[in-house]
Design a protein around this ligand. Structure first.
Ligand code: NAP
Length: 323
């Protein structure tokens, strides 16, 4: 049976990687935000009723962490109210919902990896709205999987990898936060793992795709951790050792040479961001491994993989249809 998969957020880091990997599971209908706006209930209802998907994957989100501080209502609409309606509509058509959440639902006061059942206490507006989204989906009655991830980056979009590359063409010295610990996770690896999990479920499900024994929250990140400072140094090391002519790298640096010679560690306080972020947000992936038999690559290998990709972000795969 040909499955119809509704994917939101196709222009985002994760959404665009899912757009490449999901077509092997079925026909992917991927409306952009003009067609399905999570802030506009009517567009959600219209698309869901029109497409009648067998599976809904929500990769769309309000991810501007600093902007959310002064626009919490806007972030809540996208991160909680829209997903809640998506879940209710998914329930009506009997489709499981796959959703993504964040390490920022935790306050960072632990010093060993967070497990799914640890108490949530977000420090910022973005984390509060993502937590509200998790709860709305859990209370919707829809079959669901929520994958909490962290420090997401890709060779396109807005992220730490591309910011460091840009700054490295502008400054000889970079000052990078060294007292926040987390797990950088590439959108490519997230999309591949998500698709592999869904492929396994589809293989077991025959006709109706249900998730009776596995719905709930799972942590899905690189299994190890680092600091932003170490991550920045690794990015510059990979850049220096790259011998290939990578279109995404040329685009990130605008073809300019890297002039950064030093990376200096600084404290969060010295950085002076108005937004509070957890000092420690490492997530245990044991539940993911036990349930699905999947472990993502370590963070350094994920980064290395990006530097071996000759992909052009402007080229989308042919195997998708846009609603
Ligand atoms: N980025 C991170 O570091 C990070 C960390 C932890 C968890 N996560 C979670 O991982 C998931 C994927 O994040 P990401 O980094 O791939 O996000 P992203 O690159 O910021 O992409 C967000 C996507 O959501 C779409 N979108 C925004 N507002 C929308 C609306 N009102 N209606 C419909 N679509 C809308 C955007 O469309 P436009 O292109 O039109 O704006 C874009 O396609 C999210 O659930 C996020 O919360 C991310």
């Amino acid at each position: 049976m040909k499955r119809t998969i509704l994917l939101t957020g196709k222009t985002g880091q994760l959404g665009s990687e899912l757009l490449r990997s999901l077509p092997r599971l079925g026909e992917v209908i991927a409306p952009d935000r003009n067609e399905l706006d999570l802030r506009d209930p009517e567009t959600i209802r219209l698309v869901m009723r029109d497409v009648k998907p067998q599976l809904v994957i929500n990769a769309a989100a309000y991810t501007a962490v600093d902007a959310a501080e002064t626009d919490e209502a806007g972030a809540l609409a996208v991160n909680a109210e829209g997903p809640q309606l998506l879940a209710l509509e998914a329930k009506k058509v009997g489709a499981p919902l796959i959703h993504f959440s964040t390490d920022y639902v935790f306050d960072g006061s632990k010093n060993i990896p967070y497990v799914e059942s640890d108490s949530r206490n977000p420090l910022n507006a973005y984390g509060r709205t993502k937590l509200a989204g998790e709860e709305a989906i859990r209370n919707s009655g829809a079959d669901h999987l929520i994958f909490r991830t962290s420090w997401v980056y890709a060779t396109h979009g807005r992220n730490f990898l591309l910011t460091i590359l840009r700054l490295a063409t502008e400054r000889e010295e970079l000052k990078i936060i060294d007292d926040q610990i987390g797990s950088p996770t590439s959108a490519l690896d997230l999309a591949e793992a998500t698709t592999a999990i869904l492929a396994g479920m589809i293989a077991r499900a025959k006709d109706q795709l249900t998730l009776p024994s596995v719905d709930g929250i799972y942590h899905m990140t690189a299994p190890d951790y680092t600091t932003w400072y170490e991550f920045a140094k690794a990015i510059l090391d990979e850049t220096a050792s790259t011998r290939q002519n990578l279109p995404w790298l040329t685009s990130a640096t605008k073809g300019r040479p890297i002039i950064a010679r030093r990376v200096l560690p600084i404290a969060t306080q010295a950085f002076g961001s108005p937004t509070h972020r957890p000092a420690y947000s490492v997530l245990s992936n044991a539940h993911l491994k036990e349930t699905f038999g999947i472990t993502l690559l370590d963070w350094r290998s994920q980064l290395r993989k990006c530097f071996s990709l000759e992909r052009n972000p402007a080229i989308l795969p042919p195997a998708f249809s846009s609603h």
